[in-house]
Design a protein around this ligand. Structure first.
Ligand SMILES: Cc1cc2nc3c(=O)[nH]c(=O)nc-3n(C[C@H](O)[C@H](O)[C@H](O)COP(=O)(O)O)c2cc1C
Length: 189
């Protein structure tokens, strides 16, 4: 299987990258893993122009940045893993911009011709945060579920690591979550 991982943190060696890196190592034993470091690419915010709604067979955003090319990398994946630190109770602005741009993958929303170019792919969410899960990392989970429904994907799981201080301090927690994710996502451990 092909797995695309999307890192939404601007910190390449941060908490989220640490867990994601461990997960990628596990998944790479038998699967093709492609990482998108979203902070490395130019992905502007959605303009809400709706021009993409006229194009049904490819990512049809009219903006001349790197989002469409990133979507092309995701189209032939079986599994999409979104990994983000919690910023202001939600996604980082880099990840949020990219998620908003998923608008161009969906046409005919709610109608008889409703389709998504990434329909049927398996999705997972990984979040690290400073605080607890309760009253802190709750909204991001609901938002992700809704986004998953919108793009017609199958949610495998949401994995939240609270009280993440430093990558080194994550230690056993990082490998424990990475192993659980690999097991749930592809049956590896
Ligand atoms: C701008 C900003 C906003 C943040 N907002 C939250 C928050 O709402 N709740 C929380 O628990 N932690 C918050 N944090 C802490 C990060 O989520 C946490 O340190 C995370 O593990 C950082 O991940 P990274 O090292 O992969 O970037 C915030 C950090 C920053 C820089």
């Amino acid at each position: 299987m092909k797995v695309t991982t999307i890192l939404g943190s601007p910190r390449k060696n941060g908490n989220t990258a640490k867990v994601l890196g461990l997960l990628e190592k596990l998944l790479a034993q038998g699967h093709k893993v492609d990482r998108i470091d979203i902070a490395d690419f130019q992905v502007r915010g959605c303009l809400g122009c709706g021009a993409c709604k006229k194009i049904t067979d490819q990512p049809g955003c009219v903006q001349d940045d790197e989002a469409n090319a990133l979507f092309e990398r995701m189209l032939d994946s079986d599994i999409l893993i979104y990994a983000s630190p919690l910023y202001s109770w939600g996604f980082t602005s880099q990840m949020k911009a990219f998620i908003d741009r998923h608008f161009c993958l969906v046409t005919g929303y709610g109608g008889p011709d409703y389709q998504s170019l990434i329909a049927g792919k398996r999705l997972a969410l990984l979040v690290t945060c400073d605080g607890p899960i309760e009253n802190n990392a709750d909204l991001i989970q609901v938002a992700f579920e809704r986004i998953g429904d919108y793009v017609r994907c199958d949610l495998v799981g949401k994995y939240i690591i609270p009280f993440s201080s430093t990558p080194d301090a994550l230690k056993d927690k990082a490998i424990e979550v990475a192993r659980q994710m690999a097991k749930d996502i592809v049956g590896a451990c």
